[in-house]
Design a protein around this ligand. Structure first.
Ligand SMILES: C[S@@+](CC[C@H](N)C(=O)[O-])C[C@H]1O[C@@H](n2cnc3c(N)ncnc32)[C@H](O)[C@@H]1O
Length: 251
């Protein structure tokens, strides 16, 4: 059993927050992705879990066509609004679950997914599907929330994320990502472990995290070991987070 109904419920209620999110629409992040991918004008791109459409729109400006998929209809509707506001008309929006993509093998030149893999209930199956629909020589890009390598951070920081969003599955550390991708026909070209802040209260508000869960999150952060605390400073208006970025080429 997957978490699709939880995802649909949580994102369905807060869909416009994601279209308007400055975290997801951060132009520096999007420009770094475009520079890494070096998209060609004839490329066909798959954007997996398009959310508010930021990734699809950023890439659509450079390529022939983007297919943007998501399992939450309200999110697809928001992404479509965002694309119209940006005067983009080469994105096709489609309801799909990443675990069972309805596309033939080797269909896309680029397959991307930003800020979504931590929701996939079977991440190995999801990335296998993403890899299957990518052509040999095509580019595979993931940016997602991550945690520091280590048993404590892998467990406790994910507890925090789950308290904030009940559809959260797992934010993987770099060493976990290595294991997830190791059996796929991919050559990793670039990885980056990026430090960021979640601004508060926006991070809570985006998902509507209730007050007692917010308090529990701060309790966990106060109780992690001194060794982990060094990596996770926090205050009333921020929590430290990390992202992992991967660019790979399909063999
Ligand atoms: C934070 S949003 C994505 C943000 C977006 N990629 C961007 O760059 O702004 C996460 C999205 O993942 C989608 N999602 C979660 N599980 C999914 C699945 N199994 N298949 C497709 N989409 C999924 C949710 O519906 C939600 O829209």
């Amino acid at each position: 059993m997957g978490n699709q109904s939880e995802v649909r419920k949580n994102f369905g209620l807060k869909a416009s927050n994601y279209r308007l999110s400055t975290t997801h629409g951060n132009p520096v992040d999007l420009e770094r992705m475009v520079n890494l991918l070096k998209p060609q004008p004839d490329a066909i791109v798959l954007d997996v879990a398009t959310g508010g459409g930021h990734t699809a729109i950023a890439l659509a400006k450079y390529v022939n066509k983007v297919v943007a998929i998501d399992i939450t209809p309200e999110m697809l509707a928001e992404a479509e609004v965002a694309s119209k506001q940006s005067n983009i008309n080469n994105i096709v929006f489609q309801m799909e679950d990443v675990h069972n993509l309805d596309f033939p093998d080797g269909q896309f030149d680029i397959v991307v997914s930003r800020f979504a893999a931590h929701h996939f209930f079977n991440v190995k199956k999801a990335v296998r599907e993403m890899c299957r629909v990518l052509r040999p020589g095509g580019k595979f890009y993931i940016l997602d929330c991550s945690v520091f390598d280590g048993d404590e951070t892998e467990k406790e920081i994910n507890r925090i994320e789950l308290l904030r969003d009940s559809s959260h599955q797992c934010s993987y550390s770099p060493r976990q990502w290595n294991r997830i991708l190791e059996e796929l026909p991919l050559t990793i070209q670039h990885t980056a472990f990026l430090k960021e802040n979640y601004d508060l209260p926006q991070w809570f508000d985006r998902m509507g995290t209730n007050h007692s869960n917010q308090q529990e999150i701060f309790r966990i952060l106060n109780n992690i070991s001194e060794a982990s605390k060094v990596f996770y400073p926090f205050g009333d208006d921020y929590i430290t987070t990390y992202r992992y970025e991967i660019l790979a080429i399909k063999i």
